[in-house]
Design a protein around this ligand. Structure first.
Ligand SMILES: [Zn+2]
Ligand SMILES: [Zn+2]
Length: 278
């Protein structure tokens, strides 16, 4: 199946994939720095469309056009700390080419980014500890919660729970059948854990959600994915009870308690949730 152009998921994956191997100007605080050439080439080769460019002081800035819309996937370099340039205003949108974007860029940097990005995009697979239950997520999740509430701490035995919220019909069982266990939670109606019937590891849970009820969304436990590093949190919630030794890294939004999904989720993500209530 050809890869779906899912800009939110691709942007998130790129932040995990950019490195010193993909462009030597990379830094932890500004990972997109210097990555525009190789990013434009990889996105073009994987998703098609055109390559555009705009003039910056002394250099060209390259980006993509997908389905007729500008897609500047390395534009966080203009807003993250240590930015070298102001964001283009306006963008010149000059039609360019892959060869122009890659001029003078070592091929190994292109290969490093393409390899990392393809590994970081869905489908993602995961499973329990004994291997009886295996599953596949057929798309990126809608949103990823890092919950620091005391219920999650108790139920995980750790400092927080990391849950990827995704439509239940995008969680495909490859083997086994989880058992459902009603468990109290921060929500007064509790949650329902889906656990391996043998090793009892929790794979996902169902919470009541105002928009769609209980069973249309799975809260997948990110730690059960085979490659959980590709699914970092979008938000930290209930940080009023966060363990004091855990330092937030500033890359995700932070709420002391719960939050309003309609205001916080990107519009295309919230539209996916609303589509479930139709
Ligand atoms: Zn198991
Ligand atoms: Zn919680």
């Amino acid at each position: 199946m050809p890869l779906e152009y899912d800009e939110f998921a691709i942007r998130k994956a790129l932040r995990q994939c950019w490195s010193l191997d993909t462009a030597p100007q990379w830094s932890a605080e500004n990972p997109a720095n210097g990555q525009c050439n190789v990013t434009a080439a990889v996105i073009h080769d994987v998703f098609g469309g055109e390559i555009l460019r705009t003039k910056m002081p002394g250099v060209w800035h390259y980006y993509n056009q997908i389905d007729g819309r500008r897609a500047d996937l390395s534009d966080s370099q203009f807003t993250d700390p240590g930015a070298r340039f102001e964001a283009p205003d306006p963008y010149q949108d000059e039609l360019s080419s892959r060869d122009a974007a890659m001029e003078g860029i070592p091929e190994r940097e292109y290969v490093a980014l393409k390899t990392a990005l393809l590994a970081a995009l869905p489908p993602y697979e995961g499973g329990c500890a004994c291997g009886a239950v295996r599953y596949r997520l057929t798309s990126a999740p809608m949103f990823v919660h890092c919950c620091h509430c005391t219920w999650c701490q108790r139920e995980s035995g750790a400092a927080f729970a990391l849950n990827a919220l995704i439509e239940a019909d995008r969680v495909v069982l490859l083997s086994g059948e989880p058992e459902r266990v009603a468990t109290p939670s921060v929500h007064p109606d509790g949650q329902e854990y889906c656990r391996c019937p043998h090793c009892k590891v929790a794979l996902w849970s169902h919470y009541p959600m105002a928009e769609v009820g209980r069973h249309k969304v799975c809260f997948v436990r990110v730690g059960t994915l085979d490659e959980p590093q590709h699914v970092p949190p979008d938000i930290h919630i209930y940080t009023s009870t966060k363990q004091p030794w855990f330092q937030l890294d500033g890359k995700a939004q932070v709420f002391c308690e719960h939050y309003d999904r309609a205001k916080v989720w990107p519009a295309d993500r919230y539209a996916r949730l609303q589509a479930l209530s139709a």
